[in-house]
Design a protein around this ligand. Sequence first.
Ligand code: HEM
Ligand SMILES: *[C@@H]1O[C@H](CO)[C@@H](O)[C@H](O)[C@H]1NC(C)=O
Ligand SMILES: *[C@@H]1O[C@H](CO)[C@@H](O)[C@H](O)[C@H]1NC(C)=O
Ligand SMILES: *[C@@H]1O[C@H](CO)[C@@H](O)[C@H](O)[C@H]1NC(C)=O
Ligand SMILES: *[C@@H]1O[C@H](CO)[C@@H](O)[C@H](O)[C@H]1NC(C)=O
Length: 529
Amino acid sequence: MQLATIAVLLIAPVVAQFVYQYWTNPLRKIPAAHPLAHITSLWINYVRWRSVENATLKRAHKDLGPIVCLGPNEVSVNCVKGGIREIYAGGFEKANLNETFNWYAFFTNFGESNMFSTGRNKAHSTRKRMLSNIYSKSVITASPALLAQVSAIVYDRLLPRLACAFSNENPGVLDINPLLNATTMDIVSAYIFGLKSSSNLIDDPKQLSWFLDLYNSRRSFNFWPQELPALTSFVKKWFGYRLVPQWVDKANKDIEDWTDSMCERAAKVMSEGAAHVADTPVVYEQLSGALAKEAKKAGKDKKDCKILAASEVLDQIAAGFDTSGITLTYVIHELSRNTQVQTRLRQELRTLSSPILPSSSPSLPDGKAVDALPYLHAVIWETLRLHPAIPGPQPRVSPPQGCRLGSDGNTYYIPGGVRVSASAGLLHLHEDVYPQAHKWRPERWLELEQLDEEKRRDMENRWFWAFGSGGRMCVGSHLAVYQMKYIVATLYSNYTTAIVDDTGIEQSDAYTAPPKNSELLIKLQRLDS
Ligand code: HEM
Ligand SMILES: *[C@@H]1O[C@H](CO)[C@@H](O)[C@H](O)[C@H]1NC(C)=O
Ligand SMILES: *[C@@H]1O[C@H](CO)[C@@H](O)[C@H](O)[C@H]1NC(C)=O
Ligand SMILES: *[C@@H]1O[C@H](CO)[C@@H](O)[C@H](O)[C@H]1NC(C)=O
Ligand SMILES: *[C@@H]1O[C@H](CO)[C@@H](O)[C@H](O)[C@H]1NC(C)=O
């Protein structure tokens, strides 16, 4: 009897608190994506654990409108006004005040945070200021170092590698996916570390598969540490159970060591001076200089700068190769299904004053000329729209004073500290802005001029969200577009492609979403044969 009384006395306040919290939570007025969503986050965690979040959110927004409740402290938005404009352009932070929530902390390297993983805006913007200039469009398209690096990679590695495909037993047939990963890694790491100090994965298939195996293993265990970090460390500490196997830590360590070796080589070039312009470590030099200056001002040890720089550049090579590689896989897949588009693209590529053909080596058309090709641009843009490499939710936290989300008289008050997010994969399927949204149709980007100003801005700026928006928008977008344009131009200037086997080409349901199968077999054909 007494025991029961004690139990009631103990449990009652908890239940009362729970009921009180529910009734005073403004989120309960927002349509729930699932009957349990207002009271527990178990449902949304289950959805994420099963990797069906994109499909689930798509249905929820279709049925319930642009603002839906996913959990007692979480909301998903799928609109511009009263949605991404408030959240991302409005500078909502990645972490809450005491940083107990930061979904991006998972992207920490070497135990040190970097631009991408930093939760709070103030610390973030100091770092971003160090890097935004060298990643700006004007610097990227006019950089002599980058042009020399891309020229070396295109003429000495990529074109010879394509030519090699013709000495196979099936002439011209090759798995293009790993080659795209290799090429984007080589270009991004060359811009960061200089050609001499960076990777050469195109010519080294063994190192390529070593790296990709490590990298892919890191991806497959992100649910627990990212969504339930407290539980993950609790289980490890008290039960000795690892939700993330030890070999993932080992894989991360190997990738860190590999990055470290490129940092060391770049530092050596910096002290000795680069013999060729292509060897200039543009990003690493700028970053280590800025970090050293910052350390000096704060009276900190210069040695710490090395590890900060390493954490930063590892994030950039990872973010840089993987997203561009995914996008290029879909560019080639779509082009291989659309021979007319290929023909039109090639006609445009041949108008370049120095077309990208083996005989043109080492001269490349300059960055501005490649960037100005309208059809190439449309092909890339349409692929970024229909197959965004990061289609998944980009979580932020509502500000302490709260906010209002939604539009057209249908707005809701959101208190501070709520996880809010939008997804490029859903915004890009908005039929009013992108008619026949499921269709890959590059021409839609050429028809822009015929649209009125409002419609044009909706399509081009407001709803196009492949690189995110606001202060945490992709810093590497111009490098990404630059390299993708050169790679596509290299392939299609003198080759056609056709699909041999595209099993599993559908995008996986994830934050960064590669094809389900990492093999895309195509057949290359030289135009002269
Ligand atoms: C097609 C290629 C790419 C796509 C689709 C892409 C997409 C994105 C998106 C959507 C974000 C915001 C993510 C979020 O807030 O959740 C982002 C951030 C970022 N991206 Fe990219 N990205 C691409 C290429 C690159 C490249 C080449 C680099 C190399 C430097 C890069 C470096 C970064 C970094 C450092 C951030 C964090 C920026 C910040 O927090 O201020 N990305 N990217
Ligand atoms: C997300 O889900 C919708 C609906 O199921 C689908 O049409 C779309 O292709 C998916 N997007 C991605 C990037 O997987
Ligand atoms: C290429 O990179 C993507 C994205 O990281 C990955 O999903 C894919 O498996 C990689 N390809 C290979 C052959 O590993
Ligand atoms: C951190 O802030 C959240 C609200 O944003 C609160 O629920 C949590 O109790 C705080 N944690 C600590 C350790 O202060
Ligand atoms: C295309 O490549 C082939 C073989 O490398 C070459 O013979 C041909 O001249 C090239 N086409 C042009 C227009 O340069």
